[in-house]
Design a binder for this molecule. Structure first.
Ligand code: AKG
Ligand code: FE2
Length: 353
């Protein structure tokens, strides 16, 4: 559980220069171990790349329903494409948001006989509309991939872990969601649910662009006292938060903090980039890789390593990260699951753990 934080720290990446580097690393370590959320400023992603992506958002979501349906997620065995409002539930309630999901552009390489989860890897569905939309999104994914790598180097230094150990967990596929929260009639104090309380389960780290002006609110993180702390828009920053795989690998020292989005009377756009975890990662690798660097924290009465970490991957019956992810995707997108993974569909839907 995160600490009793009251605000989200801002880490200025310009401070990586020698005289201020130790101070930056101290701030970063504190943010990682006590909050699980931070803003980064002076992050090095060109403003033009961000502005181009922001310009794409209203154009994409204003496409007519036919063009959205043509790239619907249920056409994709890789779970990439468009999902309409109301197609997801979180914490037992329907989310009010629509989204386009993209990923690092990759060929499908899965063949019969390989692990089924390898089929998560594959090409995007691009709306046929305008070629420049694809260009802006691909450029953004490239920049965020590099930002994620720069950031991982700093995390390694802040936690005194060799960078190559952290890099060994990365996937060839990172995912990007373009998200639109339509205006809601339910006022924020009555908890209109943009997306319900959750920890990010699909990536190693999340780099979030809050793509609406600062008067548009909604994102909040949960502290140890059970208070929801606002994460307002700060222009020129990304919000960075820890995904569940990183919590597992660091034995719970770095927390994947619960967060949510309330929908309000103003529409809101956001763009989370989920840095990917390699699909063949096993539970024992995840739990043992950092043993020499991070003490295993667990209550004395619990004998299982990792027993004090709340993780569907560790709790679940499947040994690889890839299979655990595939199960999650099939459960949240049942049309695609039934169509492309008929042989395991019933098993994944009914194996509640
Ligand atoms: O829209 C946001 O600001 C956050 C979205 C989010 O938490 C998610 O998609 O995992
Ligand atoms: Fe999230």
């Amino acid at each position: 559980m995160a600490s009793n934080f009251q605000s989200i720290p801002v880490i200025d990446l310009l401070l990586t220069n020698p005289p201020t580097r130790p101070q930056l690393l101290r701030q970063l370590r504190q943010a990682l171990t006590e909050v699980g959320f931070l803003y980064i400023s002076n992050h090095g992603v060109p403003q033009s790349v961000i502005s181009d992506l922001q310009a794409v958002l209203p154009r994409l979501f204003e496409l007519d329903q036919g063009r959205k349906d043509a790239v619907a997620l249920h056409h994709s065995p890789h779970f990439l494409g468009y999902s309409q409002v109301g197609s997801e539930t979180t914490a037992g309630r329907e989310d009010r948001r629509e989204q386009f999901e993209f990923a690092t552009e990759l060929e499908e390489s899965w063949a019969e006989g390989q692990p089924r989860y390898e089929r998560l890897r594959g090409p995007n569905q691009w709306p046929s509309a305008e070629a420049d939309i694809r260009c802006s999104i691909e450029r953004y994914i490239e920049e965020l991939t590099r930002l994620g790598e720069r950031f991982l180097h700093l995390v390694a230094e802040a936690l005194s872990i060799p960078p190559e150990v952290l890099f060994s967990f990365l996937s060839d596929q990172h995912r990007l969601k373009l998200v639109h929260y339509p205006p809601s009639e339910i006022s924020a104090d009555k908890n209109g649910q943009g997306v319900g309380p959750h920890k990010d389960s699909s990536g190693w780290w999340t780099f979030l662009l809050q793509a609406s002006p600062p008067n548009v609110k909604g994102l909040q993180a949960l502290n140890r006292n059970g208070e929801w702390i606002d994460i307002p828009v700060i222009e020129g920053t990304f919000v960075v938060n820890i995904g569940q795989a990183f919590e597992v690998v660091t034995h719970g020292m770095c927390k994947a903090t619960t967060h949510r989005v309330l929908s309000g009377s103003l529409e809101r756009y956001s763009v989370p980039f989920f840095q990917g975890v390699r699909r063949n990662l096993t539970k024992s690798e995840a739990l043992n890789a950092l043993k020499d660097y991070i003490p295993i924290q667990q209550p004395p009465s619990q004998s299982d390593v990792g027993a004090n970490i709340d993780s569907a991957f560790l709790r679940g019956r499947y040994d690889t990260w890839g299979e655990s992810q595939l199960r999650t995707k099939i459960r949240s997108h049942r049309d695609a699951g039934r169509k492309f993974y008929a042989d395991v569909f019933d098993q994944y839907i009914n194996d509640d753990n």
